[in-house]
Design a binder for this molecule. Structure first.
Ligand SMILES: NCc1[nH]cc(CCC(=O)O)c1CC(=O)O
Length: 317
């Protein structure tokens, strides 16, 4: 570790992030991990915030906007140009197949991977099953929409976009009766009391949910070595399995896919996955013990083999 050149106030490490409050909180977590691991001077790190395409578009479903890398394009360009040294991402929003110019040096320890159900004032429900008949649930996630339609075909799922604060404001404004948000995001914003966590048995999370990934340029060996020192290996291996499954399906964060890997008491890694048709009417679920990429890919293939056409048609395999 002594051989890794550390950033200094004279040559600070520039940490690139999106400018949303959640992204900034995550960038500060990455900075804190580096500071703690290496007793760095605070001025040895510099946060560089930028707006992503996905942050600018608020009125349409991102699935409709199309195109790739809605959350990463600006950070990728800055990293490639040398304007920043590392980029901190909500890994859930990052494409599974990345340009070879970038290397994922670290994942921070995963936070609570669950979704929380948040209801507006005047509605009482702690689970999806409790929601009043016909309630309107807003989400921008095709996965959450499909899961909710499957559990509660009577609910009206509508589009609700924007960052966490915007969604909560629109919920309180009465636009919808309920929404689902990642516990990790709420907690990182200090909103520990907002919403009720939903069991992963009923509502399997998205691949990478709750995981923060930190990338550097693939040819920047010193920064890669620095990131390695704050990598949380159990998180990295679990999340890599989820991402391998999603990649094998040809999916991304806009696909109706849920995948969650967690460590069992005996040291084995169990990967659970579900894939849905758009309307949530059809779905396939399965799980496997995984020791590497191949096992996750095999589970993806098994799910596709078992899936009805309505589900299979969504995936590019
Ligand atoms: N797609 C938006 C997004 N990307 C990551 C998070 C939460 C933080 C995380 O999962 O690590 C969120 C908000 C949400 O889904 O509620």
């Amino acid at each position: 570790m002594a051989s890794i050149p550390l950033p200094t106030p004279a040559r600070p490490l520039r940490i690139g992030t999106r400018a949303s409050p959640l992204a900034l909180a995550q960038a500060n977590m990455a900075a804190a991990a580096l500071t703690k691991a290496h007793a760095l001077d605070l001025e040895a790190l510099e946060i560089v915030a930028m707006t992503a395409t996905g942050d600018r578009i608020q009125d349409r479903a991102l699935a409709e906007v199309g195109g790739k890398a809605l959350w990463t394009r600006e950070l990728d360009a800055a990293l490639d140009a040398g304007a920043i040294d590392i980029a901190v991402h909500s890994l859930k929003d990052v494409e599974t197949i990345r340009d070879a110019r970038f290397a994922l040096g670290a994942m921070l320890e995963r936070a609570d991977p669950r979704d929380r159900l948040v209801v507006r004032g005047g509605v009482t429900a702690s689970t999806i099953a409790d929601l009043p008949h016909g309630a309107r649930l807003g989400t921008s996630s095709p996965r959450r929409a499909a899961q909710v339609r499957r559990l509660r075909p009577d609910l009206a799922t509508t589009l609700l976009r924007g960052n966490v604060q915007t969604r909560l404001a629109r919920l309180e404004g009465g636009e919808v009766d309920a929404t689902l948000l990642a516990a990790a995001g709420l907690d990182r914003l200090g909103m520990h009391d907002i919403g009720e966590a939903q069991s992963t048995d009923l509502l399997l999370p998205a691949a990478s949910q709750g995981a923060i990934g930190i990338e550097c340029r693939a040819d920047d060996a010193a920064t890669f070595a620095l990131l390695k020192t704050i990598d949380h290996a159990p998180t990295h291996r679990a999340v890599a399995a989820e991402r391998a499954l999603l990649a094998a399906l040809g999916g991304d964060c806009r696909s109706p896919v849920a995948a969650y890997a967690h460590w069992l008491g005996d040291g084995a890694l169990r990967l659970d996955a579900e894939i849905f048709s758009d309307d949530g009417a059809d779905h396939v679920a399965g799980h496997a013990l995984v020791t590497g990429r191949g096992d996750a890919e095999a589970l993806a293939q098994r799910l596709l083999d078992e899936a009805p056409g309505s589900v299979r048609r969504l995936f590019a395999v």
